[in-house]
Ligand binder design. Structure first.
Ligand SMILES: Nc1nc2c(ncn2[C@@H]2O[C@H](COP(=O)(O)OP(=O)(O)OP(=O)(O)O)[C@@H](O)[C@H]2O)c(=O)[nH]1
Ligand SMILES: [Mg+2]
Length: 303
């Protein structure tokens, strides 16, 4: 008999854009469930990453980076992060410890304390691999002072440093639970069709420069698993302007081909199956400013 009670709960993973929230969740799970890019505001909707071990289930809720919204898409993103915080049993606040705190971090911590006043907090000082030795003490102290009651740890999502330690802190912060919250073999609740759409958007984020990536959405039009040895996916890459359409297609279609090849490889890794991917580019002028279009593209609170 195992005398230890079961611990299980939701951990809202929050912080400023680009600090490594999605990377750290993928690293803790040992599996890629969330897309990652060097561009801020990569994550647009909440996504679960479920880690189950004997006696423990940590349900990570990846969230969009905390920022001041400038359009209906941003408002949806901040609403998502707020809901994750309100529902959280514990909060994992992630910062980029390689740089000193800014107004953005103060804003983020205020949001965390307002939306989840009672949930225990753990502070992950991420990107410690980039931290200069002379800044270890000052940066660590500056971030710790912003959330003095939180357990804390220097980590690196990309190098895999101190993952077991931060995990143990999260388990300590979780409540006891009479049962697991999700089946033990479940890693996420996101449908494969939606994950495929995210991987296409990730490939586009990686391939494109400047302002284009922020205005991209992906609409999976068809996801056909009826063939035994091939998944056939048809998707539209939505952009905000004609000029962006030309950039995404590229000279002679080379850019779209590059995005498609990269996305297809990633989706094949995810599905463990051969994938046929058909991509088209469509202009929806200024879609991020139009609440109805934002909802139509799937950015709406889950029922
Ligand atoms: N050097 C270093 N880079 C990291 C680390 N963790 C993440 N990154 C990089 O930081 C960038 C942002 O990572 P994401 O995981 O997308 O960050 P995020 O916080 O989820 O970003 P948003 O979804 O935009 O809010 C990517 O280029 C990552 O490769 C780390 O520990 N060290
Ligand atoms: Mg993210």
């Amino acid at each position: 008999m195992n005398a230890e009670p079961l611990k299980a709960g939701f951990v809202a993973v929050v912080g400023r854009p680009n600090v490594g929230k999605s990377s750290l969740i993928n690293a803790l799970l040992g599996q890629k469930i969330a897309i990652v890019s060097a561009k801020p505001q990569t994550t647009r909707r909440n996504q679960l990453g479920i880690l189950t071990d004997p006696g423990v289930q940590i349900v990570f809720v990846d969230t969009p980076g905390l920022h001041e919204p400038r359009n209906p898409l941003g408002a949806y993103m901040m609403d998502s992060a707020g809901r994750a915080l309100a529902d959280a049993d514990a909060v994992l606040w992630i910062v980029d410890v390689s740089v000193a705190p800014t107004g953005g971090d103060r804003h983020a911590v205020t949001r965390v304390l307002e939306a989840a006043p009672r949930a225990p907090k753990v502070l992950a000082l991420n990107k410690s691999d980039k931290l200069k030795p002379a800044q270890v003490l000052t940066h660590t102290a500056a971030y710790r002072a912003m959330l003095p009651d939180a357990a804390w740890m220097l980590v690196s999502a990309t190098r895999g440093d101190n993952l077991a330690e931060i995990r143990a802190m999260l388990v300590a912060a979780l409540p006891e639970s009479p049962a697991l919250l999700y089946p033990e073999d479940e890693v996420t609740q996101t449908h494969l069709r939606d994950l495929a759409g995210e991987l296409i958007r990730e490939a586009a984020l990686h391939a494109l420069e400047q302002e284009v990536p922020h205005g991209i959405a992906v609409d999976v039009i068809d996801y056909d698993e009826s063939q035994p040895d091939e998944v056939r996916i048809s998707a539209e890459v939505i952009v905000e302007r004609d000029t962006h359409k030309a950039i995404v297609i590229g000279k002679g279609g080379t850019m779209l081909q590059r995005i498609g090849t990269q996305a297809r490889r990633e989706i094949e890794d995810l599905l463990g199956a051969h994938v046929y991917l058909d991509l088209h580019v469509k202009v929806e002028p200024g879609w991020r400013d139009n609440a109805r279009q934002v909802r139509r593209l799937g950015y709406r609170p889950e029922e």
